[in-house]
Design a protein around this ligand. Structure first.
Ligand SMILES: C[S@@+](CC[C@H](N)C(=O)[O-])C[C@H]1O[C@@H](n2cnc3c(N)ncnc32)[C@H](O)[C@@H]1O
Length: 159
């Protein structure tokens, strides 16, 4: 079996965030920041009917991360955790996922707010957020427990 998989970007995410530190660590903390996607024109037809959704999920490649670590100290803690129990970018497959608010679609440009994504990040996929599928209640929060979110901005640890 061939275990190599190759994905091609379908567009580029543009944002106000030009450096990896001092930017939001999750989109929920970035409600006042906007971004836009330039979808490559050959994929524009795939945007048909997306404009009725208030939120979308963006899957993208953390393009500035080099290599990966199986144990990381995430932004939200001072202790080390397994990479798969965190949302840290330094992953074996450097894939990020952000739920953002869809503002408008103009041709192959998609405007959104709640952006925790660096400028010029390659976009891999877009999916509609659908609360009937995607919301859960009474979830277990692992090592995060019920602690209040104290840190909302990134630093250079995963560069
Ligand atoms: C903790 S991750 C969470 C991203 C996403 N919401 C997730 O859960 O997959 C967000 C941080 O990743 C870093 N980051 C964002 N875009 C990046 C990119 N294209 N390359 C490398 N690091 C990036 C920034 O430090 C940002 O604060």
């Amino acid at each position: 079996m061939n275990t190599e998989i190759t994905y091609k970007p379908i567009g580029i995410i543009n944002s106000a965030w030009k450096k990896i530190d001092d930017m939001p660590i999750q989109s929920v903390d970035a409600q006042n920041t906007s971004g836009y996607i330039k979808l490559f024109p050959e994929y524009a037809k795939g945007l048909t009917d997306l404009n009725g959704f208030s939120h979308i999920m963006l899957l993208y490649h953390f393009h500035l991360v080099k290599g990966h670590s199986l144990m990381v100290t995430p932004f939200m803690d001072t202790k080390s955790h397994g990479i798969f129990s965190t949302r840290a970018p330094k992953r074996p497959n450097s894939i990020g996922i952000s739920i953002v608010e869809l503002l408008k679609i103009e041709g192959n440009t998609i405007h959104f707010s709640s952006c925790d994504i660096l400028d010029e990040t390659p976009l891999l996929d877009i999916k509609p957020f659908f609360e009937d599928f995607d919301n859960r209640i009474n979830t277990q929060k692992g090592w995060l427990g019920n602690r209040p979110v104290k840190k909302t901005l990134s630093d250079k640890r995963f560069k």
